[in-house]
Design a protein around this ligand. Structure first.
Ligand SMILES: [Fe+2]
Length: 161
């Protein structure tokens, strides 16, 4: 890995530890999972999602530790890609559709309102910078001949990410 790659790994560590943990995981762990448990979704999917969040944290911690001794770093980066892709897939195809079915419109509004407060606590400008950063990496590492510009669009309602 060259110096640019190594710098990008630092960006990924920062993105995962600060943006993903403090802006995304927190919404699920502190709000959504509780709501879903109260609606009867016990164990199963919630347990798996929380377990995977911790696995992702473990991988990121290992990547951070191995940063200066790159032996094994590539393997953990690959593990991160596999675990994160699978996690996002489960969220989009199992967790979120199930939540849509379980939660009433009023509960949706309450969660939305609370997500907004988390976003405000995180900082909208900070949020925007992280999205820009990840878009830059995305464009750097995707094959532009095969994939048209699929940039992550900055969400206008600010809570959808
Ligand atoms: Fe998650």
């Amino acid at each position: 890995m060259n110096t640019d790659n190594m710098q990008d790994i630092k960006i990924i560590i920062d993105f995962m530890k600060n943006f993903v943990d403090n802006c995304h995981h927190v919404k699920e762990e502190k709000l959504l999972f509780d709501f879903l448990e109260h609606k009867g979704m016990v164990g199963g999917p919630i347990y798996v999602m929380a377990y995977e969040h911790n696995k992702l944290r473990d991988i990121i911690n290992r990547i951070e530790v191995k940063y200066n001794e790159p032996k094994g770093l590539r393997e953990d980066l690959n593990n991160l890609i596999v675990m994160l892709s699978s996690h996002i897939d489960k969220e989009n195809n199992v967790l979120f559709p199930t939540a849509e079915n379980l939660l009433s419109d009023d509960e949706d509004k309450i969660i939305y309102y609370k997500f907004e407060r988390i976003e405000e606590g995180f900082g909208k400008e900070r949020h925007r910078k992280y999205i820009e950063l990840i878009n830059t990496l995305y464009n750097r590492y995707t094959n532009k001949n095969q994939i048209k510009d699929k940039r992550i669009n900055y969400p206008t309602n600010f809570s959808t990410f």
